[in-house]
Design a protein. Structure first.
Length: 250
């Protein structure tokens, strides 16, 4: 399938429809650099990042994007200073609790991807209740990656496959296909991202959705995450719509 559409007067909503764009993944980067630039504590940048996430969710829903996956906390983020990690965990909990009612009202379905085992019991409870409350919603599918690392995800999938081979659930190695492996990932049942957006200008994937990004288009913006808004998302979608997606075939 080749997509090569020139958007002269197309709206962003039409661009999503024309290209078949279903899933956008975002690396929300630049909170601390945004704070440094403004001579503010890093915690202020993280708080502003929550406001940017609200704008991104609202814009994705407006543009009829079906899936939005955001990188909230990586397995490597535990290596940051203790005070910052503690603040981020508290902010994650408060954000989910405070915004849940509005998200649920707007028919958003929330799914947590990542290894939640190391999280505090109260945060895990909040996340589990959020997934349960919104599981029947049929609007935007919002995946929040918390304590997520793609290498860990793939390693975990391999371990589970090995266990199922031992117990006979998987009878033969010939059964192990791409599709089977996908069913063991945190993102099972979710289509691969069509577009990856990274804010803050850095040009790396940072251990994010390595399997899922095999043929994803990548858009990098210099905009720091706290400044991300509907216009930034719209620009990314318009640029995506003018890409020629060959999937290795041409």
């Amino acid at each position: 399938m080749t997509i090569n559409i020139i958007l002269a007067d197309h709206s962003t909503e039409q661009a999503v429809l024309d290209t078949g764009l279903k899933h956008i993944a975002i690396i929300m980067d630049g909170n601390r650099r945004w704070s440094t630039k403004k001579h503010l504590p890093s915690m202020v940048g993280h708080k502003e990042g929550v406001n940017a996430l609200q704008r991104a969710i609202k814009a994705a829903d407006k543009f009829n994007v079906k899936y939005l996956t955001v990188y909230a906390f990586s397995t490597e983020n535990w290596g940051r200073k203790h005070d910052e990690v503690e603040f981020l965990m508290k902010l994650l909990k408060e954000t989910v609790q405070n915004k849940l009612k509005a998200l649920h009202k707007n028919n958003v379905k929330i799914r947590i991807i990542g290894d939640t085992a190391p999280l505090s019991s109260d945060l895990k409870t909040v996340l589990e209740e959020t997934e349960e409350l919104t599981q029947e919603n049929t609007g935007l599918n919002l995946q929040i990656a918390i304590n997520y690392g793609s290498r860990n995800e793939i390693t975990s999938a391999v371990r589970k496959i090995c266990e199922d081979v031992k117990t006979g659930i998987i009878a033969d190695s010939e059964e192990i296909t791409d599709k089977l492996i996908e069913n063991y990932l945190y993102t099972a049942g979710i289509p691969d991202p069509d577009l990856l957006i990274r804010t803050g200008g850095e040009q790396r994937i940072s251990n994010y959705l390595l399997w899922q990004l095999a043929y994803t288009e990548i858009y990098i913006t210099e905009t720091f995450w706290p400044d991300f808004d509907e216009n930034t998302l719209g620009e990314a979608i318009q640029i995506f719509a003018n890409r020629n997606r060959r999937y290795g075939k041409d």
